[in-house]
Design a protein around this ligand. Sequence first.
Ligand SMILES: [Zn+2]
Length: 199
Amino acid sequence: MPDSISARMLLGGRLAVDFANAPSYPGMAAREPSWEELVVFLEASHVVSRERGANLMALPESDPQAAEKILSRAIRLREGLRKAFGAMVKKERIQAEWIAPINEILRITEGHDELTQDGAGWKLEFMAREGGVDWLFAAVARSAAEIIVEGSHSRLRACANPSCSLYFFDVSRTHRRRWCSMAICGNRHKVSSFAKRHG
Ligand SMILES: [Zn+2]
């Protein structure tokens, strides 16, 4: 997979944010992922290995019912996340029905926490037990739960470009990051405000 694709898919800064964003591009409206896009995301975010990704890619052929079940579970989880994140950035209440798909996955998940290297430091990462497809979204659900617990203190932001649907984590030093992508949404804003001033 080209680096540019994984960089674009992983600009949210947290696994659950990237999952909620996928497969949309900076500056574009949100839409549901296809099976291929879902598998590409799982690979890009290292939730599954390349071999497991290749197996999953073939699943709609070998077991269409299983693939359909996974995809609909992914879409339900993603919908819930987008609604919860949308409420969080507007400082509104998160409703229990949006959280239900996260809890359903947390309930069936087995795994453990592990310290993994994160740049110069360490972070606590949830390692889901490999195996059945039920565990595919375990790490996403865990990441989502952590963000929701942060509540209004969270650095979760929505891109300031009104035609963009992406969320991101503001880890900038000044906490004033406004765009999912400076190069795309930030630049578009600069160009349009220049045009307004000089139009
Ligand atoms: Zn954007």
